[in-house]
Design a protein around this ligand. Sequence first.
Ligand code: TRP
Ligand code: ZN
Length: 890
Amino acid sequence: MNAPAPKTIYLKDYQVPDYLIDTTDLNVDIHDGYTLVSCMLALRRNPAAKQAATELTLQGADLELVSLSLDGRLLEEGDYTFGEESLTIFNTPETFTLITITKIKPESNTSLEGLYRSRTMYCTQCEAEGFRKITYYLDRPDVMSEFTTKVIADKKYPVLLSNGNLIEQGDAGEERHYAIWHDPFKKPAYLFALVAGDLAHIEDSFSTSSGRAVTLRIFVEPKDLDKCDHAMASLKHAMRWDEEVYGREYDLDIFMIVAVDDFNMGAMENKGLNIFNTSCVLAKPETTTDVGFQRVEGVVAHEYFHNWSGNRVTCRDWFQLSLKEGFTVYRDSEFSADMGSRTVKRVEDVTLLRTLQFAEDAGPMAHPIRPESYIEISNFYTMTVYEKGAEVIRMLANLLGKENFRKGTDLYFDRHDGQAVTTEDFVTALADASGRDLSQFKRWYSQAGTPRLDVTDYYDEDAQTYSLTIKQSCPPTPECQNKLPFHIPIAMGLLGSAGDLPLYLQGSQPDFETSDNTHRVLELTDAEQTFVFERVQEKPVPSLLRGFSAPVKLNYAYSTRDLILLMSRDSDGFSRWEASQQLGLQAISAAMAAYQQERSLDGFSLSAQLVDAYRRVLQDASLDQAMVAYMLTLPSEAYISELADVIDVEAIHYSRQAVRKALANALADDFTRIYQSYDHRQPYAATADAIATRSLKNVALAYLMLIHDEGSIRACEQQYRHGNNMTDVMAALTQLVNSEAPLAQEYSLAALADFFGRWQHESLVVNQWLSVQAGCQLPDTLSRVRALLQHSAYDGKNPNKIRSLIGAFCNGNAINFHSGNGEGYAFLADQIIQLNRQNPQIASRLLTPLTKWKKYDHVRQQLMKAQLERIRAEPELSKDVFEVVSKSLA
Ligand code: TRP
Ligand code: ZN
């Protein structure tokens, strides 16, 4: 018999807490091997509770209770009782003081939730429910308390940090010392943080718009002190941006970031003391790629922005997670757009959404951005809550317009400062401030699945009218079979032979005021609607969903000619890119059809008109180089798979490869010109322009490497050896590793050995070395991955290492992971079984590729399912893994 299934928590069961905690006084006494936590709570019955409670249930996990006293009286057996993960105290009065003393073992905490040790330091991770692993508490976000924290430790940990302001420090006898921190802002326990370690820091300062000085510090292990400047610059940009764009100022005298190497996610917004995965804070050109630099900028901003969207105004319960995450992702995305190129950032966000989020929304774990139930909340830090959540905020911002959206967010922050609220409260504030009716729009919060738009059109030459008929539908998802129509903003324009046409939409005024009347947003609210444009003098090509104005799948039967027109002429940069992707998909589909008939693609070639169109993109001097690079990058295997009904792993892989090779051959001269005109001696800069030129040059290199000529292979090897920055070095190494050409293979072995020799002491660089090998598309990669698991560079307890090796193989290497004999699936299951007890959050996340089993052919389905069943049969499954496995098999 298995243990009883863990219980499901429902949104509809929400009740206010019985007690409130006015103040929390913590005393955290760190010793080698154990830590004593004394916690004093000032409790008071919640006046808003339906009934006056006479008992108090606190959450706690993996705690050893040393003592418990109520208003100074030591409690005994009979005064309290233990539940599975709780402690209930009987006969509790109206108000009282509770002191608990518990003993914990951070050194053996491998889950990386609560207080744990990472390399040389102690640190915490409390979101979502990690605080209960530190002490007994009302561990829920609507219980907000004023925290005072005393940290005591050996002086070999000179830096002792917690939230808020440092109010006292001093000696604590025999080589020990203490620090007391006080956070004046009430906060839920999930925002608590503590750090003790031998850390170095860089310091800067920021003067807020109202003239207050804020000290900024970034703490790292001393070896990493040379990699903090980019994060500090990003932080200052983010602070200024939030003042300018949202009128939000920082509110404490100090803001701190600590970099930690063992971390389950990217970073955490603890009040005044953000804790970061080293991968999201450390950066320097020699060790970090352009993508890495951009990630640091984005994540630093994201966590900083949480100070308002998340901390000052927090969530009532975890079903409201998107209240802070969707909004904050939207904020950080707009910030990055303002720091770099807006269109490029949009393309990157949409790419992520359409591959990973759409796939999630079509699978067994599909949920609305405000889920209705969960077993383990850690499983709901998802692409849907974050990325689709951000898209929903983006639609609101666009529907309201800049001014009204700002009025709405001002009202939201004003009205709810210091409160724990719901997504409903957020939308209400926007509706109140703008006067817009958002009642139908709210369905985006409660209905899962990706809506599908089917668009047909009709041009009436005599009447000079053009009609667009748009039908919306949404596939059933686990919790909802029949969906009500969504409110969908569709940004659009009409292209004539000479460019954008003026728009005269029947029943509405032309818009010459805010634009030149060639662009507008159609609001689709019915299951089917027809929009009629007048005074249309030629049959237009519709440019639909400009800027990806809604997270939907749009179907319109574009001809190749239409797409080429859109790609070269649309006034919306996003649409031009989108047309390039549709063209790529058409070419890949043609190759797939050929492959599925013959299982061979020898002699596959592209039409002259397609090649010409891509050539014009390469030669278009008006385009941002980053856009050229993205337009020349074919849709990923993951995106093609998402679009397929049944994923044919080999057909997708080999067809995409064939189209790439055909493009490489047809455009070799242009790629050579681009590659050779790049000056590899220029000093590195992480500016948008420099990143753009580098990425186009590296796209050109990738194509040239498909031709297998000796010149390109030698150039690639030169770039590996002499590259003055990690972007170029990695780009070259990736090409060498993935090339079938014997000369490239020879170089790649030498380069991999050289790379490890050079960087073995830089953990984050070693991670890239693991990933490039795990991502190798050539045969036999799984044995290489298995061997790397035994390599001294690997550490099976470190999430970054796990993601770089196992994650990269299972998520980024379909042709090998989905190998027909099922060995990839068995390999992943082995890893998950091992991680299940050690680190349930990571184990559960690694499961994702197996959850998609229903999308594959019958043989693969059986193989994947067998591994899921094997995992399900394991004794002592964590809640995290149990939830994902059981929902996948349901
Ligand atoms: N709130 C964090 C963010 O999005 C993410 C987060 C949630 C997290 N749970 C975590 C980070 C656990 C680390 C570990 O910014
Ligand atoms: Zn966040």
